[in-house]
Design a protein. Structure first.
Lengths: 198, 416
C-alpha cells in the first residue's frame, strides 16, 4: 500500500516516538525542516493516517507537533504530577526573572545563576527546586536546562558557550499553566494589573 | 571642524578604507579606537585622516562612522530605524513647489513637483519595508519583555504616522488634480497614477502590519498573563494547596504527550549478523568495556594491512608475467604445459612458488591462452609428495604448444 510518505518519515517517527516535540524554531536534527514537512497539509493527513495504524496520533500545538497514544488511558498519574509540579517551580522561576525567558529567547545558564545570586528571592526559589546535583547555583540551573532539553522544550545551541534557545514547544507548558483553574480565588488577588511580581 | 570635501574625494576615502567602513558598519557603536587600530587594514595616520574628513567620529574612545554615511547605507539596504519624518519633509516640499507653480507656471517647479512625488512614493514604500522588518525583529529578538512591548507600541505609533502621511499625500494629490490636468504633462500623469495605486497598496500592507503587531502584543501579553498565573499557582503550591484549590490533578491527568506518559521509544534487538561486522565489533567492545565483560573483548578486528601491501602486490603481478611465461612455453618443445610449469625455475626475486601455486598458474594459462595451445584430451598423471610426505597422484590434461604440434606429438608418444 502506498501512503505517499516523505522520505523523512522515519526521522520524524524516531524523534516523536521518543516522546519529543518537533518545534518550528528548532535547528538540531533538521528540526525546522521536519516541522515544515509535517505542517504541509498534504503530508499531515498521510502521516496521521499512517501513524494511526500503530496507534500514534500527531497532536498539533502552536508551531510544534508531538505524539499521543490513541485509545489508551494515561495511567502513571503520580509520576506526571511530580514532573509538572517541578515544571511549575521552574516556570515560576523563569517568570520572576528580569529578562523573561520565553519562546525564541536565548540565554546561558550562567546568566540565570548570576541573576539568582543577586536576588535573594530568586536564589531561594532556585534552591528550593527539588533536583539532585545542586552544590552550586549554576550547576542547578544547568540541571534545569538539561531537564528541559531532555523534554525538548529547550535546545542547546552551542556546547562551548552553553547557549540555550527556547523552542516553540515551550508554549505547551504555557498552555498547561493557562488551563489550570484556580477555585475560590480570594477577592483582590486578581488586580495585579499588568505588574509582574519580581 | 571638518575639511571641505567633494564627492570624488569622499568616494575615494570610503573606497580606500572600505574594509574598515564595512567592519564599523557591521559593529556599530562597539569598536574602540585601540581595537580598530589593532587591525591590519588601517594605520594611525589613515585613521586621523578619516577623523579629519569627519567620516569617522570618536566618542569616549568608541569609534563610529558618520551618521550621514550610515544613513545612506541603511537607506540603500532598506534597513535601520523607521524614520517617517522624511515623508513629512517631502510632503511639505511638494506643497511648497505646488504653490510656486500655481504662481509662476514655470517648468522648473513642475520638475520639482515630479521629483517630490516620486520621492514620497519611494520613501513610503521603504519605510513600510523597514517597519515590517523591525516589527518581526523586535518580536523575535528583543529579550527584555517590557522593552519589547514598548518597542512594539512605538512601531504601532509609527505605523499610524505613516498612514497619516499617506492620507495627507492623497489629499494633496486630490486638491491639485485640476492643476495637474492643466499641465497636460503625460509624465506627471504617469507619476501620479503610480503613486495613487502604490498608496492604496501600501495602506493594505500597513493594515497587515497592524495585525502582526496586535498579534505579537497579544502573544506577549498572553505569556505575561501565564507567567503571572504561574507565580500565583506556585504560591498556592507552596501553601500545599495545589491539589485542593486547583484542578491541577485533572489537567495533568489529561496531559497526553507520550513522553510524559511513560512510553519508552520502541526498541529493537540487534541482528546477530550485524555483530559480526566491524561496526558490530565496535559496539560489542563498548558494551564489554562498560560492563567489564572480557569474553566479549576476545574477538579482535583483523590487523591493519601493512602499509606497503599494495606495492608488494603490484610487484608480484609484474614479475609473474604470464604472457612471457606462455611465450617461453610455446618456444620450447621438450615439455607439455603441466610438466613445463611444474619444473620451471622461477626467478629468485619472486620467491618460492609452491606446487599448489603452479597448479593455479596452469589453470589460469589454460583458460586464458586456449587459442595458442593444443589440447590433447588425454590424461596424464603426475606423482608428487604433499606437505605430510604422502605420495599423491594428480591427473592432468596433456597440453602442447600448437605450432610444434607434430614434433611434440611424436615426442609424447615416445615418452608414453
Amino acid at each position: 500500500m502506498d501512503y505517499k510518505l516523505p522520505k523523512q518519515t522515519h526521522e520524524i517517527f524516531s524523534i516523536m516516538a521518543r516522546g519529543h516535540f518537533i518545534s518550528s524554531n528548532g535547528t538540531k536534527d533538521n528540526m525546522g525542516k521536519l516541522y515544515d514537512i509535517i505542517n504541509n497539509p498534504e503530508n499531515f493527513d498521510h502521516f496521521q493516517e499512517y501513524f494511526n495504524i500503530i496507534r500514534y496520533k500527531i497532536e498539533r500545538g502552536n508551531n510544534f507537533f508531538y505524539f499521543s497514544k490513541l485509545e489508551e488511558t494515561n495511567s502513571i498519574i503520580e509520576k506526571k504530577l511530580e514532573t509538572f509540579e517541578k515544571y511549575i517551580d521552574i516556570i515560576d522561576l523563569f517568570a520572576s526573572m528580569d529578562n523573561k525567558i520565553t519562546i525564541g529567547s536565548r540565554f546561558r545558564p550562567s546568566e540565570i545563576a548570576e541573576e539568582c545570586n543577586a536576588n535573594v528571592r530568586l536564589k531561594q526559589k532556585l534552591q528550593k527546586i527539588p533536583l539532585y546535583r545542586s552544590e552550586t547555583l549554576s550547576n542547578k540551573v544547568r540541571e534545569i536546562c538539561d531537564l528541559m532539553t531532555r523534554d525538548s522544550f529547550l535546545e542547546k545551541e552551542d556546547e562551548v558557550s552553553e547557549n540555550y534557545k527556547v523552542l516553540d514547544s515551550y508554549s505547551y507548558l504555557m498552555d498547561m499553566i493557562n488551563s489550570i483553574a484556580i477555585y475560590e480565588e480570594p477577592p483582590g488577588s486578581e488586580n495585579a494589573g499588568g505588574i509582574i511580581y519580581n | 571642524m571638518g575639511m571641505q570635501v567633494n564627492v570624488k574625494e569622499l568616494l575615494t576615502q570610503l573606497y580606500y578604507n572600505r574594509n574598515v567602513i564595512e567592519f564599523l558598519f557591521g559593529n556599530r557603536d562597539s569598536i574602540t579606537v585601540n581595537e580598530l587600530l589593532g587591525r591590519d587594514d588601517i594605520t594611525a595616520e589613515q585613521y586621523q585622516k578619516l577623523i579629519n574628513y569627519e567620516i569617522l567620529y570618536e566618542h569616549q574612545s568608541v569609534v563610529s562612522v558618520n551618521d550621514a554615511v550610515i544613513a545612506m547605507f541603511e537607506d540603500f539596504m532598506e534597513i535601520g530605524e523607521v524614520t517617517p519624518g522624511f515623508i513629512s519633509d517631502y510632503i511639505n516640499e511638494l506643497k511648497r513647489h505646488i504653490r510656486y507653480y500655481q504662481e509662476g507656471r514655470e517648468n522648473r517647479f513642475l520638475r520639482s513637483i515630479k521629483k517630490y512625488l516620486k520621492r514620497i512614493n519611494n520613501a513610503i514604500s521603504r519605510e513600510i519595508i523597514k517597519l515590517q522588518k523591525n516589527v518581526d525583529d523586535t518580536y523575535k529578538n528583543e529579550s527584555n519583555y517590557r522593552i519589547k512591548l514598548q518597542k512594539l507600541e512605538d512601531y504601532r505609533e509609527k505605523r499610524d504616522t505613516i498612514i497619516e502621511f499617506i492620507r495627507k499625500t492623497e489629499d494633496v494629490v486630490d486638491e491639485t488634480r485640476n492643476l495637474f490636468t492643466l499641465t497636460n504633462d503625460i509624465e506627471l500623469y504617469g507619476i501620479v497614477g503610480v503613486l495613487k495605486s502604490s498608496l492604496i497598496e501600501n495602506l493594505d500592507y500597513l493594515i497587515e502590519i497592524q495585525t502582526d503587531i496586535t498579534d505579537y502584543i497579544n502573544k506577549i501579553q498572553f505569556q505575561l498573563d501565564v507567567y503571572k498565573k504561574a507565580q500565583r499557582i506556585k504560591e498556592i503550591k507552596d501553601h500545599g494547596e495545589l491539589h485542593y484549590k486547583t484542578n491541577f490533578r485533572e489537567v495533568v491527568k489529561d496531559i497526553n504527550p507520550i513522553g510524559f506518559n511513560g512510553h519508552k521509544s520502541p526498541r529493537t534487538k540487534i541482528p546477530i549478523d550485524f555483530l559480526f561486522t566491524d561496526d558490530g565489533y565496535m559496539l560489542c567492545q563498548r558494551v564489554a568495556e562498560k560492563y567489564k565483560i572480557t569474553r566479549l573483548m576476545a574477538r579482535r578486528m583483523a590487523d591493519k594491512l601493512p602499509s606497503d601491501f599494495k606495492e608488494q602486490h603490484v610487484e608480484n603481478s609484474v614479475r609473474l608475467d604470464t604472457s612471457a611465461l606462455v611465450d617461453k612455453f610455446l618456444s620450447q618443445n621438450k615439455h607439455n604445459l603441466f610438466e613445463f610449469l611444474a619444473n620451471y625455475k622461477f626467478p629468485k626475486a619472486i620467491g618460492n612458488i609452491t606446487f599448489e601455486e603452479r597448479i593455479t598458474l596452469f589453470v589460469e594459462i589454460v583458460l586464458e591462452y586456449d587459442k595458442a595451445l593444443d589440447f590433447k584430451y588425454r590424461l596424464q598423471y603426475y606423482e608428487y609428495e604433499d606437505a605430510e610426505k604422502r605420495k599423491k597422484k594428480l591427473g592432468y590434461t596433456l597440453i602442447l604448444p600448437k605450432k610444434e604440434l607434430k614434433k611434440e606429438g611424436k615426442k609424447k608418444r615416445l615418452a608414453d
